[in-house]
Design a protein around this ligand. Structure first.
Ligand code: ADP
Ligand code: MG
Length: 689
C-alpha cells in the first residue's frame, strides 16, 4: 500500500513508535501534518563558491573539507567557542562556531561538508561565522535553495528535513488529489496541493527565494488559501445546520407595533442603529432562525437595538432572553430594560446570586415572565422557557460558541442576536464569526466627542489626583481603576487597598465607593444605583466595570498601572466615559514599561477608533484567544495567519459563499463532502454542550 496524505506517521520510513510519540505531543499525527510543518526560512545555496572566491564579506555556500576543530575555553561562562579550518583546492578559510560544542564530536576531521554562512572580516583576515555544516553525502542539499526547519517534538531540524524528504518521495505527489476546485485554483494562479508541498519544502532552482522567505510563494499561497477556504466553507455549513429548519414561531411587525417601539424610545435612533434594526427585523420575519452578530464600538448603542427586537418578540406573545458575561452587567441591563419595558412586560433577573430562583424559574417555564435577563446562569440546567423566541447574547466574545449553542437549545429554534463591543477587525470577524451574518453599528449617537486621552507616568500621580479634585469640585463624576484589589508580592502595580484608599482619603470631601469582585451582590447593586444617580461621585474599582457599564454622567476615567491591561481592555475601560454630550477624559497612569506595553499605550493615546485599536492589538499580540471558537489545543490554522494573510482570507470568504450557494452540484465534490462531515461533527459537539 502506498503512502497517503492521511496515513499515520508510523507508516513513514524512518518513524517508529518513539518518534511518532514525540511528534504526536506537538499534534503531528499524519503525513499531512508533518508536511504542514513548514520551513521557517530558506537559504539560497544555488551558487557554490570556492574559498578562493570568498574574498569579501557576505553570505556564501561552500563545499569544503573541515578540519582541526578545537574547543576554546573561555572565562566567560555560558559561551562555548569552536575554531577550525575550511579547505578546498583554492584555499583555506578559518571558521568559528559559537555555542555548538557538539560539532567536535559530529564533524569528522578532513571530510567534505556543505557549509553555508556569513563571512566576516576580523582584523586583517576573513573568517566564516557559525556556518551550517552538513555532510556532503547528503549531497541533495548542495547547489539549491534549502529549507531550514525548526525542531519539532524534540526532533532536530536535520532529521525533520530528512523525514519530510522521505514523505515527499513516497507520496504520489503528482496524483495527490487536490480537493479545492481546479477552477478556483486556476483563477488565483495557485498550484495543486502536491505541487505546493513540493515547492515549499523542496523549492526548485527557478524559485524566488525572497517570495519563499516572505511566505508568498505560489506554494505558500495555495496552502494558506486552502486553510481559509476550508474554514469558511465549514462555518457556512455550520450556519446552514443551525438555520435550515423553519422556526416554530412567527412575528408580526405591523405598523402598530412599529409605533409602539417608537414610543418606547427615549431618543432617535442613529442611522446605523436603524439600519441594524431593519436587518434584524427582516431576519426575524423570515421563516428560518436568525443568527446575527451586531457589532459596534463601545458606546455605539447596541443595547437599545436589542431591546427593540425583544419588544417585537414579546408583543407577539413570545419570550426573550438577554445574557451578559458579568453579574454587574446583567444587573445593569436588568435595571435599564425594566425602566424601558415595565409595566407592560414582566422581566426577571437570573444570576448565580439572584434571589427567588424558584419563583423565577416557574415564571419562565409557564411563560408569565416574558424576558429573562441574566448571566450564564441562564443556560444552567433547570432553567426552561415556555416559548423562547429571541435570545440575545451581549459581549459575545466573552462566551464560547458552545455556550451560545446551549442557550439556543433552551427554545425551539429561537432567533439569536449576539453583540460584541470588542471592535474586531473585519478579517478576524470573518474568521471567528464566519457562521453569523453581520450588522455593524458604525456611528456613534449624536453629540459624542472623542475622549481626551493622556498617557502619564506614575510619578505624576499626585498631579493627576489634584486635577481629579478640580473635576469633582466642578460637579463631575469619575472612575479610578486599578488592576488589583490588594498589593501583591510578585508584581508591582498599584492596588485598590493602597493607592485606591489613598485617593479616597485625599478626595474625602466627595462621596466615593469601592467596587470589585468580592463585593456582595446587594452592596454592588446599591453602589451602582448610587453612582448611576450621581450621588456617588468617585468610583474606585477593578476592571470589573470593564464591559458594558453605562453611566453617562461619569466623564473621567483614570486607569492606574495601565501597563497591566491589554489594549482591548484599555479601550473598553475608556468606553465607560464619553457616553454623554459632556467632554470626557481618560488618563492612563503607568509605571515601568516593557517595549510591548509602550507600543500598546502609544496606540491607546493616539486613537479612540476601536477598529484601529483592534488592528493594532492584533498586530502587537496576535489573535490569541479572541476567537473562542476553537477547541482547546487545536490551532486554528497550521500555515495561514489571519493578520498577514488577510487578502487570502477575503478571497476565501467570497469563494466559499459562492460554493455554498450553488450547493447542489458543489456538494457532490469530495471537498464539499469532507467539509460537510467536519461541520456536522463540530455541530454535534456544540449541540452536545
Ligand atoms: P454599547 O453599544 O456600548 O452597548 P449602549 O447600548 O450601552 O452602548 O449605549 C451607550 C449610551 O448611549 C447609553 O447611555 C444609551 O442610552 C445611549 N444611546 C444609545 N443610542 C442612542 C441614540 N440614538 N441617541 C442618544 N443616545 C443613545
Ligand atoms: Mg453594551
Amino acid at each position: 500500500m502506498s503512502l497517503e496524505i492521511d496515513s499515520r506517521l508510523t507508516e513513514l520510513r524512518g518513524i517508529g513508535p518513539v518518534r511518532a510519540g514525540k511528534l504526536a505531543t506537538t499534534g503531528l499525527r499524519t503525513v499531512g501534518d508533518l508536511l504542514h510543518h513548514l520551513p521557517f526560512r530558506y537559504e539560497d545555496r544555488r551558487q557554490l563558491t570556492s574559498i578562493g572566491e570568498a574574498i569579501e564579506e557576505g553570505t556564501f555556500s561552500l563545499a569544503a573539507r573541515v578540519g582541526e576543530l578545537k574547543r576554546i575555553h573561555l572565562r566567560r561562562r555560558g559561551l562555548s567557542v569552536v575554531n577550525g579550518w575550511l579547505e578546498d583546492e583554492t584555499g583555506r578559510l578559518p571558521a568559528v562556531w559559537f555555542n555548538r560544542p557538539y560539532l567536535i564530536q559530529q564533524v569528522k576531521d578532513g571530510e567534505q561538508y556543505l557549509l553555508h554562512g556569513r563571512v566576516r572580516r576580523r582584523g586583517s583576515r576573513l573568517e566564516m561565522v557559525n556556518p551550517s555544516c552538513e555532510s556532503l553525502s547528503e549531497a541533495m542539499l548542495g547547489g539549491r535553495i534549502v529549507a531550514i526547519y525548526n525542531s519539532v517534538g524534540g526532533l532536530g531540524p536535520a532529521l525533520v528535513r530528512r523525514l519530510v524528504r522521505i514523505a515527499l518521495d513516497e507520496l504520489p505527489l503528482k496524483s495527490l488529489g487536490d480537493e479545492i476546485p481546479s477552477s478556483l485554483r486556476r483563477q488565483h494562479g495557485l498550484p495543486c496541493l502536491g505541487e505546493a508541498l513540493l515547492q515549499v519544502h523542496w523549492p526548485d532552482d527557478a524559485a524566488d527565494v525572497d517570495l519563499l522567505n516572505e511566505r508568498r510563494s505560489p506554494g505558500h499561497c495555495r496552502l494558506i488559501y486552502g486553510e481559509f477556504l476550508e474554514l469558511q466553507v465549514e462555518l457556512g455549513m455550520l450556519r446552514s445546520f443551525q438555520t435550515r429548519d423553519e422556526k416554530r414561531h412567527r412575528y408580526e411587525v405591523g405598523r402598530e407595533l412599529r409605533s409602539k417601539m417608537q414610543e418606547a424610545l427615549p431618543f432617535r435612533l442613529t442611522g446605523a442603529q436603524a439600519r441594524a434594526l431593519e436587518e434584524i427585523l427582516a431576519d426575524m420575519e423570515s421563516p428560518f432562525p436568525m443568527l446575527r452578530l451586531l457589532q459596534g464600538d463601545v458606546g455605539s448603542g447596541k443595547t437599545i437595538v436589542a431591546a427593540l427586537a425583544l419588544i417585537v418578540a414579546m408583543e407577539n406573545g413570545l419570550q426573550g432572553a438577554f445574557m451578559a458575561p458579568t453579574e454587574l452587567l446583567a444587573e445593569q441591563h436588568f435595571r435599564s430594560l425594566r425602566h424601558l419595558l415595565e409595566p407592560r412586560f414582566r422581566l426577571a433577573l437570573v444570576t448565580g446570586s439572584g434571589n427567588r430562583p424558584t419563583e423565577v424559574r416557574r415564571g419562565l417555564a409557564d411563560g408569565r415572565i416574558q424576558l429573562a435577563v441574566g448571566t450564564h446562569a441562564l443556560i444552567q440546567e433547570g432553567v426552561a422557557f415556555d416559548r423562547l423566541a429571541l435570545a440575545v447574547v451581549d459581549e459575545q466574545h466573552r462566551f464560547g460558541v458552545a455556550q451560545r449553542q446551549v442557550l439556543l437549545e433552551k427554545g425551539q429554534r429561537p432567533d439569536m442576536l449576539v453583540m460584541t463591543a470588542t471592535p474586531i477587525p473585519r478579517s478576524l470577524a470573518l474568521t471567528a464569526y464566519g457562521d453569523l451574518s453581520l450588522s455593524v453599528v458604525d456611528e456613534l449617537p449624536p453629540g459624542r466627542r472623542a475622549v481626551n486621552t493622556r498617557v502619564v507616568r506614575q510619578d505624576r500621580r499626585d498631579d493627576v489626583h489634584q486635577w481629579l479634585a478640580e473635576h469633582l469640585e466642578k460637579g463631575g463624576q469619575a472612575y479610578v481603576v486599578f488592576p488589583s484589589i490588594d498589593d501583591s508580592s510578585q508584581i508591582s502595580c498599584a492596588s485598590i487597598s493602597t493607592q485606591g484608599e489613598a485617593v479616597r482619603r485625599l478626595l474625602a470631601r466627595w462621596p466615593s465607593e469601592v467596587l470589585h469582585g468580592r463585593v456582595e451582590t446587594e452592596e454592588r447593586e446599591r453602589i451602582m444605583q448610587s453612582f448611576g444617580a450621581g450621588e456617588t461621585r468617585l468610583l474606585v474599582a477593578t476592571s470589573i466595570i470593564e464591559v458594558g457599564v453605562d453611566v453617562p454622567g461619569a466623564t473621567v476615567m483614570i486607569i492606574d498601572s495601565a501597563e497591566r491591561f491589554g489594549l482591548a481592555q484599555l479601550h473598553q475601560l475608556r468606553g465607560r466615559v464619553g457616553r454623554g454630550a459632556e467632554r470626557s477624559y481618560c488618563v492612563a497612569l503607568h509605571g515601568q514599561l516593557t517595549e510591548e506595553a509602550e507600543r500598546r499605550l502609544a496606540v491607546f493615546g493616539e486613537t479612540t477608533d476601536g477598529f484601529r485599536i483592534a488592528e493594532a492589538d492584533l498586530e502587537i499580540r496576535g489573535p490569541g484567544d479572541l476567537l473562542g471558537t476553537r477547541q482547546a489545543g487545536e490551532p486554528l490554522f497550521r500555515v495561514a495567519n489571519i493578520v498577514a494573510d488577510r487578502r487570502w482570507l477575503e478571497k476565501a470568504r467570497s469563494d466559499a459563499s459562492e460554493l455554498l450557494v450553488d450547493s447542489r452540484e458543489a456538494r457532490k465534490t469530495p471537498f464539499m463532502r469532507r467539509m460537510e462531515e467536519r461541520a456536522r461533527s463540530r455541530y454535534k459537539r456544540l449541540a452536545g454542550g
